[in-house]
Ligand binder design. Structure first.
Ligand SMILES: [Zn+2]
Length: 500
């Protein structure tokens, strides 16, 4: 019947239910299994492990099928909003901040995002005075890459419900709660935001992804509900607002609410992650939730049948999360710890005991954990001894998924980081386990049951076809993605890829 991903893509475009027998390809089950070259069937948008001989066959020698790639910690709406604002990422010299802001700002409020002073020649944060000088007659705010710090000019500060303390008013430097107050007056146009979100999702489909776990955005339940139709990804989401804002009952469609997101602390960049020890510059960060409030909110979440995704970066935040989960006797599989960077002895065992999942960002260590990088600047040269590694999480028997947190939103480099022993002191992941962390395990942690995310009899046919075998090659390079399919339906077909 022919060969190449293109033939398969065109067949499925015409009929997503088509019965077809795929031969000659390499495939992974996405659950940690080794490579297989057995023929694989598709029918009614699902996998058939022993396809009948008489089904029409497509030859796919030289291609590898990876099932259900999922970025398990994404901020799709945030990425979309970012595309409508002035991006300050990738800057090396502090003076460029002003240049970019001036170049991009035609009129109206100035919203700069994703500055990261740890990458600048001069690592002082921007100041209120500098912003006032640039924009004396309109509001300007600069949101740090972590989302936990904002610099505001004098006009923007008027949005604060209480007059800021003298020091903050002088520097314009605000954290946590104040970030929300300062950014609230500048909502993005809803139609533009939804269109940009679809564009971001299409870009992820082009990278081979079929799913994301969305981790919070303003008005998330309402925005997610507006995405129905042919959205190219499955999207489970955690909402950072109150339980009452979630839909009345858990849903079953490709876009569904999973539960509630809790921020227990901030970021290492903002010195707001809650540490047992101290930052080099002093301070120990902030715990955002007290024990009794968190216990009550967790109970409310679990009793409503929802999951809890808990943002923990500093070891003191992890300790707080575990104490509360233990105290409310969280049902196994109902909670997941997001980021999990710094742990104390005994933490991993307690996480395993609770049946709690971990969603880890291998790209963080790659970006900020190198010599002289942000982690060393914040915590000192010995910082690595405080950080947990993928291999240790696995050895403890804890369910592990990977997400990028959108920093940047590229899954392939994150996978490469996850298997890099030089980043994780000999405790990196194996390529097959890393694949599972963005396929079968990510799907299990999102849906709680196997429906997609792996290649098993009867599961939804979510996959991408890539050239060569990136798993065997240790994710050395970003592969060429020829075709992405969700539930039998192509979401990306690369027509520039040559046949056979
Ligand atoms: Zn996040």
């Amino acid at each position: 019947m022919g060969h190449s991903p293109r033939v398969l893509g065109e067949l499925l475009r015409k009929d997503p239910q088509a019965q077809v027998r795929l031969e000659g390809l390499t495939w992974y089950d996405g659950c940690g299994g080794s490579a297989s070259t057995a023929p694989l069937g598709l029918a009614q948008g699902r996998y058939r492990l022993a396809p009948p001989q008489e089904w029409p066959a497509i030859q796919l020698a030289g291609w590898t099928m990876l099932p259900g790639l999922c970025d398990a910690h994404q901020h799709l709406f945030h990425q979309a909003r970012r595309s409508l604002r002035t991006v300050l990422a990738g800057i090396k010299s502090r003076s460029e901040v002003g240049e970019r802001l001036r170049a991009a700002s035609a009129g109206g409020p100035v919203i700069g995002v994703e500055w990261d002073e740890s990458e600048w020649d001069d690592q002082r944060a921007p100041t209120r005075a500098e912003l006032d000088e640039l924009f004396p007659d309109r509001p300007a705010i600069l949101i740090r890459i972590c989302g936990h710090v904002v610099i505001a000019n004098s006009i923007a500060m008027e949005a604060l419900p209480v007059k800021p303390e003298r020091e903050a008013a002088e520097s314009g430097y605000f954290t946590e709660e104040d970030v929300l107050h300062l950014s609230r007056p500048y909502p993005t146009d809803r139609a533009a935001l939804l269109a940009a979100t679809r564009e971001r999702a299409a870009e992820l489909a082009r990278q081979g992804l079929t799913a994301v776990t969305e981790m919070g955005a303003r008005d998330l339940p309402e925005l997610a509900a507006a995405l129905e139709g042919d959205f190219p990804l499955r999207m489970g989401y955690f909402h950072a607002g109150p339980v009452e804002e979630l839909p009345a009952e858990p849903q079953n469609g490709p876009i569904r609410a999973l539960g509630r997101k809790f921020f227990l602390d901030g970021s290492l960049g903002g010195c707001t992650a809650a540490l047992g020890g101290q930052y080099l510059a002093g301070g120990a960060g902030e715990l955002i939730w007290g024990k009794s409030d968190l216990c009550r909110a967790l109970e409310e979440t679990f009793s409503g049948g929802w999951q809890a995704a808990i943002h923990v970066i500093g070891d003191r935040a992890v300790e707080q999360a575990l104490n509360c989960l233990e105290s409310v006797q969280a049902p196994a599989g109902s909670a997941r710890l997001e980021h999990l960077e710094m742990v104390r002895p005994g933490h991993l065992e307690r996480i395993a005991q609770l049946g709690c999942g971990v969603c880890f960002q291998p790209n963080f260590m790659d970006r900020w954990g190198r010599q002289g990088g942000l982690y060393e600047q914040r915590l000192g040269a010995d910082f690595r001894s405080m950080f947990v590694r993928p291999g240790e999480i696995r050895k403890a028997g804890v369910r592990l998924a990977y997400g990028t947190d959108g920093m940047p939103p590229l899954l392939w480099p994150a996978l490469r980081s996850s298997v890099d022993d030089s980043l994780f002191s000999g405790d990196a992941d194996s390529p097959r386990d890393a694949l599972a962390a963005v396929a079968g395990t990510a799907a299990m942690m999102a849906s709680g049951k196997s429906e997609y995310g792996g290649i098993k009899e009867g599961l939804a046919a979510d996959f991408c076809l890539v050239q060569n075998d990136p798993v065997a090659e240790n994710f050395k390079e970003k592969p060429v993605v020829a075709l992405t399919v969700m539930g039998g339906r192509p979401t990306w077909l690369n027509t520039t890829v040559k046949d056979g």
